[in-house]
Design a protein around this ligand. Structure first.
Ligand code: ZN
Length: 408
Protein backbone atom coordinates (compact mmCIF):
# COMPACT_ATOMS: atom_id res chain seq x y z
CA UNK A 1 0.00 0.00 0.00
CA UNK A 2 2.97 2.34 0.41
CA UNK A 3 2.99 3.24 -3.27
CA UNK A 4 -0.27 5.12 -2.79
CA UNK A 5 1.12 8.58 -2.84
CA UNK A 6 -2.17 10.43 -2.97
CA UNK A 7 -1.28 13.14 -0.51
CA UNK A 8 0.19 15.42 -3.16
CA UNK A 9 -2.88 15.05 -5.35
CA UNK A 10 -5.94 17.26 -5.72
CA UNK A 11 -9.57 16.38 -6.26
CA UNK A 12 -12.38 18.45 -7.79
CA UNK A 13 -16.00 18.92 -6.65
CA UNK A 14 -17.34 17.14 -9.76
CA UNK A 15 -15.77 13.92 -8.53
CA UNK A 16 -18.36 13.83 -5.70
CA UNK A 17 -22.16 13.97 -5.65
CA UNK A 18 -22.51 14.90 -1.98
CA UNK A 19 -23.32 18.62 -1.56
CA UNK A 20 -21.39 18.90 1.70
CA UNK A 21 -18.18 17.52 0.14
CA UNK A 22 -18.66 19.65 -2.99
CA UNK A 23 -19.02 22.76 -0.82
CA UNK A 24 -15.93 21.86 1.16
CA UNK A 25 -13.86 21.43 -2.04
CA UNK A 26 -15.14 24.66 -3.55
CA UNK A 27 -14.17 26.49 -0.38
CA UNK A 28 -10.67 24.95 -0.31
CA UNK A 29 -9.84 24.78 -4.04
CA UNK A 30 -6.26 25.70 -4.83
CA UNK A 31 -5.34 23.66 -7.90
CA UNK A 32 -6.52 24.14 -11.50
CA UNK A 33 -6.41 20.44 -12.20
CA UNK A 34 -8.10 17.39 -10.71
CA UNK A 35 -5.64 14.49 -10.30
CA UNK A 36 -8.48 11.97 -10.40
CA UNK A 37 -10.85 12.85 -13.26
CA UNK A 38 -8.29 14.97 -15.10
CA UNK A 39 -10.52 18.04 -15.39
CA UNK A 40 -8.54 21.23 -16.06
CA UNK A 41 -9.65 24.83 -15.67
CA UNK A 42 -8.03 28.26 -15.62
CA UNK A 43 -9.31 28.76 -12.09
CA UNK A 44 -8.80 26.68 -8.96
CA UNK A 45 -11.27 23.77 -9.05
CA UNK A 46 -9.58 21.11 -6.92
CA UNK A 47 -8.68 20.94 -3.22
CA UNK A 48 -5.82 18.91 -1.77
CA UNK A 49 -6.91 15.31 -1.58
CA UNK A 50 -5.37 15.02 1.87
CA UNK A 51 -7.53 17.78 3.32
CA UNK A 52 -10.68 16.48 1.61
CA UNK A 53 -10.05 13.01 3.06
CA UNK A 54 -9.43 14.52 6.51
CA UNK A 55 -12.70 16.45 6.26
CA UNK A 56 -14.61 13.27 5.31
CA UNK A 57 -12.92 11.33 8.09
CA UNK A 58 -13.70 13.96 10.75
CA UNK A 59 -17.31 14.29 9.57
CA UNK A 60 -17.83 10.53 9.81
CA UNK A 61 -17.13 10.67 13.55
CA UNK A 62 -20.24 12.83 14.07
CA UNK A 63 -22.39 9.76 13.48
CA UNK A 64 -19.98 6.80 13.46
CA UNK A 65 -17.12 5.64 15.61
CA UNK A 66 -14.32 3.12 15.91
CA UNK A 67 -15.82 0.03 17.53
CA UNK A 68 -12.63 -0.23 19.61
CA UNK A 69 -13.72 2.97 21.42
CA UNK A 70 -17.23 2.03 22.31
CA UNK A 71 -18.17 -1.60 21.71
CA UNK A 72 -17.72 -4.66 23.85
CA UNK A 73 -15.44 -7.25 22.37
CA UNK A 74 -15.99 -10.88 23.25
CA UNK A 75 -13.66 -13.37 21.60
CA UNK A 76 -15.94 -16.24 22.46
CA UNK A 77 -18.79 -14.52 20.59
CA UNK A 78 -16.60 -14.00 17.55
CA UNK A 79 -15.83 -10.30 17.98
CA UNK A 80 -17.67 -7.05 18.66
CA UNK A 81 -21.12 -7.17 20.20
CA UNK A 82 -22.87 -5.13 17.56
CA UNK A 83 -22.77 -4.30 13.89
CA UNK A 84 -19.48 -3.07 12.46
CA UNK A 85 -18.26 -2.25 8.98
CA UNK A 86 -14.81 -2.01 7.42
CA UNK A 87 -14.15 1.40 5.81
CA UNK A 88 -15.07 0.36 2.25
CA UNK A 89 -18.38 -1.08 3.45
CA UNK A 90 -19.16 2.04 5.47
CA UNK A 91 -18.63 4.17 2.35
CA UNK A 92 -20.52 1.91 -0.06
CA UNK A 93 -23.37 0.42 1.95
CA UNK A 94 -23.91 2.70 4.93
CA UNK A 95 -23.10 6.19 3.61
CA UNK A 96 -23.79 5.31 -0.06
CA UNK A 97 -21.05 7.71 -1.10
CA UNK A 98 -21.37 8.48 -4.81
CA UNK A 99 -18.27 9.10 -6.91
CA UNK A 100 -19.74 9.85 -10.35
CA UNK A 101 -16.43 10.12 -12.24
CA UNK A 102 -14.51 7.34 -10.53
CA UNK A 103 -14.58 4.75 -13.31
CA UNK A 104 -11.35 3.00 -12.28
CA UNK A 105 -12.06 3.20 -8.52
CA UNK A 106 -8.88 5.19 -7.98
CA UNK A 107 -10.63 7.84 -5.89
CA UNK A 108 -12.51 5.21 -3.89
CA UNK A 109 -9.33 3.25 -3.18
CA UNK A 110 -7.48 6.42 -2.21
CA UNK A 111 -10.25 7.33 0.26
CA UNK A 112 -10.33 3.88 1.82
CA UNK A 113 -6.55 4.03 2.17
CA UNK A 114 -6.56 7.52 3.70
CA UNK A 115 -9.53 7.22 6.12
CA UNK A 116 -9.08 5.65 9.54
CA UNK A 117 -8.79 1.89 9.24
CA UNK A 118 -11.51 1.16 11.80
CA UNK A 119 -14.08 -1.45 12.42
CA UNK A 120 -16.67 1.35 12.09
CA UNK A 121 -19.89 1.28 14.04
CA UNK A 122 -22.79 3.56 14.82
CA UNK A 123 -21.77 6.28 17.26
CA UNK A 124 -23.12 5.33 20.70
CA UNK A 125 -23.90 1.85 19.38
CA UNK A 126 -26.00 0.81 22.37
CA UNK A 127 -28.28 3.86 22.17
CA UNK A 128 -30.79 4.94 19.58
CA UNK A 129 -29.54 6.92 16.60
CA UNK A 130 -31.01 10.36 16.26
CA UNK A 131 -33.27 9.20 13.41
CA UNK A 132 -34.51 6.31 15.56
CA UNK A 133 -35.14 8.64 18.49
CA UNK A 134 -37.30 10.82 16.27
CA UNK A 135 -39.13 7.89 14.72
CA UNK A 136 -39.79 6.14 18.03
CA UNK A 137 -40.67 9.43 19.74
CA UNK A 138 -43.29 10.16 17.08
CA UNK A 139 -44.68 6.60 17.24
CA UNK A 140 -44.87 6.78 21.01
CA UNK A 141 -46.63 10.16 20.80
CA UNK A 142 -49.15 8.75 18.27
CA UNK A 143 -49.80 5.70 20.41
CA UNK A 144 -50.40 7.78 23.54
CA UNK A 145 -52.73 10.34 21.93
CA UNK A 146 -54.63 7.79 19.88
CA UNK A 147 -55.10 5.13 22.50
CA UNK A 148 -54.21 6.36 25.98
CA UNK A 149 -54.81 10.01 26.67
CA UNK A 150 -55.19 13.08 24.59
CA UNK A 151 -55.54 16.20 26.62
CA UNK A 152 -52.88 16.51 29.29
CA UNK A 153 -49.16 15.99 28.82
CA UNK A 154 -47.50 18.23 31.31
CA UNK A 155 -47.58 15.74 34.14
CA UNK A 156 -44.61 13.58 35.07
CA UNK A 157 -44.90 11.36 32.05
CA UNK A 158 -43.21 8.04 32.72
CA UNK A 159 -40.63 7.97 30.04
CA UNK A 160 -37.86 5.93 28.69
CA UNK A 161 -34.96 8.36 28.96
CA UNK A 162 -34.12 7.92 25.28
CA UNK A 163 -37.55 8.52 23.80
CA UNK A 164 -39.21 11.93 23.82
CA UNK A 165 -42.36 12.02 25.92
CA UNK A 166 -45.45 13.43 24.15
CA UNK A 167 -45.04 16.75 25.97
CA UNK A 168 -41.36 16.95 25.05
CA UNK A 169 -42.09 16.05 21.44
CA UNK A 170 -44.55 18.94 21.18
CA UNK A 171 -42.08 21.36 22.79
CA UNK A 172 -39.37 20.13 20.43
CA UNK A 173 -41.46 20.92 17.35
CA UNK A 174 -41.78 24.57 18.39
CA UNK A 175 -38.21 24.91 19.66
CA UNK A 176 -36.77 23.52 16.43
CA UNK A 177 -39.16 25.57 14.30
CA UNK A 178 -37.90 28.70 16.07
CA UNK A 179 -34.26 27.76 15.49
CA UNK A 180 -34.75 27.13 11.80
CA UNK A 181 -36.87 30.26 11.37
CA UNK A 182 -40.15 28.56 10.46
CA UNK A 183 -42.30 30.81 12.59
CA UNK A 184 -42.85 33.67 10.20
CA UNK A 185 -44.78 36.91 10.22
CA UNK A 186 -46.94 37.68 7.20
CA UNK A 187 -47.70 41.34 6.53
CA UNK A 188 -51.26 42.49 6.17
CA UNK A 189 -52.61 41.45 2.78
CA UNK A 190 -49.64 39.23 1.88
CA UNK A 191 -51.36 35.92 2.53
CA UNK A 192 -53.70 34.45 -0.06
CA UNK A 193 -55.76 31.42 0.90
CA UNK A 194 -58.34 29.76 -1.32
CA UNK A 195 -61.14 27.58 -0.05
CA UNK A 196 -63.30 25.43 -2.30
CA UNK A 197 -66.83 24.56 -1.23
CA UNK A 198 -69.14 22.21 -3.15
CA UNK A 199 -72.52 23.63 -4.24
CA UNK A 200 -75.54 21.44 -4.64
CA UNK A 201 -78.14 22.09 -7.33
CA UNK A 202 -79.57 25.57 -6.72
CA UNK A 203 -76.96 26.54 -4.08
CA UNK A 204 -74.76 29.56 -4.63
CA UNK A 205 -72.16 30.56 -2.05
CA UNK A 206 -71.06 34.16 -2.43
CA UNK A 207 -70.83 35.74 1.02
CA UNK A 208 -67.68 35.71 3.14
CA UNK A 209 -69.45 33.76 5.87
CA UNK A 210 -70.51 31.07 3.39
CA UNK A 211 -67.04 30.72 1.88
CA UNK A 212 -65.03 31.10 5.07
CA UNK A 213 -64.89 28.87 8.15
CA UNK A 214 -68.17 27.03 8.90
CA UNK A 215 -70.43 28.00 11.82
CA UNK A 216 -69.72 26.20 15.10
CA UNK A 217 -72.77 23.95 14.83
CA UNK A 218 -71.63 22.66 11.42
CA UNK A 219 -68.21 21.58 12.68
CA UNK A 220 -69.22 17.97 13.08
CA UNK A 221 -66.38 16.31 11.16
CA UNK A 222 -63.01 15.19 12.34
CA UNK A 223 -60.44 16.98 10.19
CA UNK A 224 -56.70 16.76 9.73
CA UNK A 225 -55.92 19.57 12.15
CA UNK A 226 -59.15 20.00 14.10
CA UNK A 227 -61.44 17.58 15.96
CA UNK A 228 -65.22 17.70 15.57
CA UNK A 229 -66.56 20.75 17.36
CA UNK A 230 -63.50 22.94 16.84
CA UNK A 231 -63.72 25.29 13.86
CA UNK A 232 -60.64 26.15 11.85
CA UNK A 233 -60.26 27.56 8.36
CA UNK A 234 -58.75 25.23 5.78
CA UNK A 235 -57.48 26.49 2.47
CA UNK A 236 -54.68 26.28 -0.04
CA UNK A 237 -52.33 28.71 -1.67
CA UNK A 238 -53.62 27.82 -5.15
CA UNK A 239 -57.04 27.19 -6.66
CA UNK A 240 -55.91 23.84 -8.08
CA UNK A 241 -54.78 22.57 -4.70
CA UNK A 242 -57.96 23.73 -2.97
CA UNK A 243 -60.10 22.04 -5.62
CA UNK A 244 -58.20 18.80 -5.65
CA UNK A 245 -58.11 18.42 -1.90
CA UNK A 246 -61.82 19.17 -1.50
CA UNK A 247 -63.17 17.49 -4.61
CA UNK A 248 -61.25 14.30 -3.95
CA UNK A 249 -63.62 13.37 -1.16
CA UNK A 250 -66.79 15.18 -2.12
CA UNK A 251 -66.87 14.28 -5.80
CA UNK A 252 -67.56 16.08 -9.06
CA UNK A 253 -69.89 19.05 -9.47
CA UNK A 254 -69.84 22.81 -9.04
CA UNK A 255 -67.50 24.35 -6.50
CA UNK A 256 -67.56 27.87 -5.17
CA UNK A 257 -64.08 29.29 -4.59
CA UNK A 258 -63.41 31.98 -2.06
CA UNK A 259 -60.08 33.80 -1.96
CA UNK A 260 -59.24 35.35 1.39
CA UNK A 261 -56.44 37.57 2.62
CA UNK A 262 -55.20 38.55 6.06
CA UNK A 263 -56.53 41.93 7.19
CA UNK A 264 -53.84 42.19 9.88
CA UNK A 265 -50.30 40.91 10.28
CA UNK A 266 -50.37 37.24 11.24
CA UNK A 267 -47.79 34.63 12.31
CA UNK A 268 -47.71 31.13 10.90
CA UNK A 269 -45.70 27.98 11.45
CA UNK A 270 -44.46 27.09 7.98
CA UNK A 271 -43.84 23.34 7.71
CA UNK A 272 -44.21 23.36 3.92
CA UNK A 273 -41.03 25.28 3.27
CA UNK A 274 -38.42 23.28 5.16
CA UNK A 275 -34.78 23.65 4.12
CA UNK A 276 -33.28 20.35 2.93
CA UNK A 277 -31.50 18.11 5.44
CA UNK A 278 -27.82 19.03 5.19
CA UNK A 279 -25.31 16.29 4.34
CA UNK A 280 -23.23 14.68 7.06
CA UNK A 281 -20.25 16.27 5.28
CA UNK A 282 -21.60 19.82 5.34
CA UNK A 283 -19.35 22.06 7.42
CA UNK A 284 -21.20 23.72 10.28
CA UNK A 285 -20.20 27.39 10.54
CA UNK A 286 -18.68 28.38 13.91
CA UNK A 287 -21.44 30.98 14.28
CA UNK A 288 -24.08 28.24 14.34
CA UNK A 289 -24.92 27.13 17.87
CA UNK A 290 -26.41 23.78 16.94
CA UNK A 291 -26.13 21.04 14.33
CA UNK A 292 -28.95 21.65 11.83
CA UNK A 293 -28.93 18.06 10.54
CA UNK A 294 -30.83 16.31 13.37
CA UNK A 295 -33.09 19.35 13.78
CA UNK A 296 -34.15 19.22 10.14
CA UNK A 297 -34.43 15.44 10.15
CA UNK A 298 -36.89 15.78 13.01
CA UNK A 299 -38.94 18.54 11.38
CA UNK A 300 -39.08 16.75 8.02
CA UNK A 301 -40.32 13.64 9.80
CA UNK A 302 -43.08 15.51 11.64
CA UNK A 303 -44.10 17.50 8.57
CA UNK A 304 -44.32 14.31 6.51
CA UNK A 305 -46.33 12.50 9.18
CA UNK A 306 -48.94 15.22 9.62
CA UNK A 307 -49.56 15.62 5.87
CA UNK A 308 -50.16 11.96 5.02
CA UNK A 309 -53.50 11.17 3.38
CA UNK A 310 -56.05 9.44 5.62
CA UNK A 311 -59.05 7.51 4.25
CA UNK A 312 -62.39 8.79 5.53
CA UNK A 313 -63.72 5.41 6.51
CA UNK A 314 -64.17 6.09 10.19
CA UNK A 315 -60.52 5.72 11.09
CA UNK A 316 -59.98 9.46 10.56
CA UNK A 317 -61.36 9.99 14.07
CA UNK A 318 -58.23 8.23 15.34
CA UNK A 319 -55.70 8.76 12.57
CA UNK A 320 -56.05 12.55 12.61
CA UNK A 321 -55.57 12.78 16.37
CA UNK A 322 -51.76 13.27 16.34
CA UNK A 323 -51.93 16.18 13.87
CA UNK A 324 -54.88 17.62 15.82
CA UNK A 325 -52.88 17.53 19.04
CA UNK A 326 -49.85 19.12 17.37
CA UNK A 327 -52.14 21.84 15.98
CA UNK A 328 -53.77 22.53 19.32
CA UNK A 329 -50.36 22.80 20.93
CA UNK A 330 -49.16 25.24 18.27
CA UNK A 331 -52.37 27.23 18.60
CA UNK A 332 -51.98 27.58 22.36
CA UNK A 333 -48.32 28.59 22.09
CA UNK A 334 -47.47 31.70 24.00
CA UNK A 335 -43.82 31.47 25.01
CA UNK A 336 -40.85 32.44 22.87
CA UNK A 337 -42.76 31.51 19.72
CA UNK A 338 -45.48 34.02 20.59
CA UNK A 339 -49.00 33.72 19.35
CA UNK A 340 -49.41 31.70 16.15
CA UNK A 341 -52.36 32.14 13.79
CA UNK A 342 -52.03 29.05 11.62
CA UNK A 343 -49.94 26.33 10.06
CA UNK A 344 -48.80 25.93 6.47
CA UNK A 345 -48.20 22.27 5.67
CA UNK A 346 -47.33 20.24 2.57
CA UNK A 347 -50.36 19.24 0.56
CA UNK A 348 -50.93 15.50 0.20
CA UNK A 349 -52.70 16.14 -3.11
CA UNK A 350 -50.85 17.11 -5.21
CA UNK A 351 -47.45 16.82 -3.55
CA UNK A 352 -45.16 19.84 -3.71
CA UNK A 353 -47.89 22.40 -2.98
CA UNK A 354 -49.07 23.74 0.33
CA UNK A 355 -52.24 24.01 2.35
CA UNK A 356 -53.14 26.13 5.35
CA UNK A 357 -55.05 25.69 8.50
CA UNK A 358 -55.80 29.07 10.04
CA UNK A 359 -56.98 29.45 13.59
CA UNK A 360 -60.04 31.42 12.60
CA UNK A 361 -63.76 30.87 12.98
CA UNK A 362 -66.66 33.03 11.80
CA UNK A 363 -65.93 35.64 14.45
CA UNK A 364 -62.63 36.28 12.68
CA UNK A 365 -64.21 36.89 9.26
CA UNK A 366 -64.63 40.48 8.17
CA UNK A 367 -68.10 41.14 6.81
CA UNK A 368 -69.22 44.37 5.08
CA UNK A 369 -71.65 46.39 7.25
CA UNK A 370 -71.16 43.95 10.07
CA UNK A 371 -74.15 43.97 12.44
CA UNK A 372 -73.00 40.98 14.48
CA UNK A 373 -72.47 41.54 18.18
CA UNK A 374 -68.84 42.15 18.94
CA UNK A 375 -66.92 39.21 20.35
CA UNK A 376 -63.42 38.76 21.70
CA UNK A 377 -62.32 42.25 20.80
CA UNK A 378 -63.46 42.00 17.17
CA UNK A 379 -60.38 40.37 15.73
CA UNK A 380 -61.81 40.14 12.19
CA UNK A 381 -58.71 39.42 10.19
CA UNK A 382 -59.90 37.11 7.43
CA UNK A 383 -61.29 39.05 4.49
CA UNK A 384 -62.87 37.75 1.28
CA UNK A 385 -61.28 39.38 -1.77
CA UNK A 386 -62.47 37.27 -4.70
CA UNK A 387 -65.08 34.66 -5.47
CA UNK A 388 -65.47 32.36 -8.45
CA UNK A 389 -67.00 29.08 -9.48
CA UNK A 390 -65.59 25.92 -11.05
CA UNK A 391 -66.97 22.78 -12.51
CA UNK A 392 -65.04 19.68 -11.48
CA UNK A 393 -65.46 16.54 -13.55
CA UNK A 394 -64.88 12.92 -12.70
CA UNK A 395 -62.01 13.08 -15.19
CA UNK A 396 -60.33 15.88 -13.17
CA UNK A 397 -60.63 13.72 -10.09
CA UNK A 398 -59.20 10.69 -11.85
CA UNK A 399 -56.20 12.75 -12.97
CA UNK A 400 -55.66 14.08 -9.48
CA UNK A 401 -55.34 10.58 -8.06
CA UNK A 402 -57.17 8.95 -5.21
CA UNK A 403 -55.73 10.50 -2.09
CA UNK A 404 -57.56 13.28 -0.41
CA UNK A 405 -58.90 15.20 2.49
CA UNK A 406 -61.78 17.55 2.92
CA UNK A 407 -61.79 21.12 3.89
CA UNK A 408 -64.61 21.60 6.35
ZN1 ZN B 1 -12.32 15.47 -10.52
Amino acid sequence: MSNYNYDSRSVCAECFSDEGIKNFIEGAAESNECSFCGMVSNEPIAARFKSVATHINDSLYQEYDDAANCMSYVSAEGGYLGETWPTYELLVDVIALELPRDEDDSLFNALVHRLDDNAWCQRNPYSLTYAQETEFGWKHFCHVVKHQRRYFFRDGDQRDSEILSPGELLETILNYALRIGLIVGIKRGALKVVRARPQREGEKFEAALDLGPPPLEKATQSNRMSPAGVVMFYGSDQVQTALRETAQTLGSGTYALGEFFNAREIVILDLANLPGIPSLFQEIPDSMEYNPRPVLQFLHHVSWEISQPVERDGREHIEYVPSQVVTEFVRSSSGEAGRIDGIRYPSAVPPGLASYVLFADQDNVAVPDDKRPSVRGDDRWLELVARSERQVTTEDLRLAGRNGQTCD
